[in-house]
Design a protein around this ligand. Structure first.
Ligand SMILES: [Zn+2]
Length: 153
């Protein structure tokens, strides 16, 4: 399992504001992640039983909603007032694929994933797999020096 501290440290950097991550199933049935604006406070619920790849993808997706759609999001008790911020099911299928805010969020997810994958190897000595993508993403969108740059300086 990925270190949850990594997600919690990275969330405000990607989302652009403080974010509370709650490792609990979203209160809406069938949802694996949910981003909320609870009276101006950003909260992301993530199903704690997902596999790592799915946790990573859902995390990025919800951070993108906080980044782009915070004003549109609603709180836990007023979900009916605003567009649903999460529409993904367990198979990663977008259920409301006509919703432009989902498309915008997923485009950002692709950018973050690409950056994480391209730069993960620079942290090879600090772990493996998605952990390294998360560490790399702490530097988004700036170029990360490779290990040899440290040795030269
Ligand atoms: Zn969404």
């Amino acid at each position: 399992m990925i270190d949850r501290n990594l997600f919690e440290a990275l969330a405000p950097k990607l989302a652009g504001r403080p974010v509370l991550i709650r490792w609990q199933a979203p209160y809406l049935t069938n949802f694996v992640g949910y981003a909320m604006n609870q009276n101006g406070k950003a909260i992301i619920d993530i199903d704690p039983n997902l596999i790592d790849e799915e946790t990573y993808r859902v995390f990025l997706h919800e951070c993108a909603h906080i980044k782009f759609h915070f004003a549109l999001l609603s709180g836990q008790n007023e979900a009916h007032k605003a567009p649903k911020s999460e529409t993904l099911n367990y198979y990663g299928q977008v259920l409301h694929d006509q919703n432009p805010i989902e498309t915008e969020a997923d485009k950002q997810v692709e950018k973050w994933k690409e950056y994480g994958e391209e730069n993960a190897w620079k942290f090879f000595y600090q772990g493996k797999g998605i952990d390294l993508c998360l560490k790399a993403l702490c530097y988004y969108p700036f170029p990360i020096p490779g290990p040899w740059d440290r040795w030269h300086s």
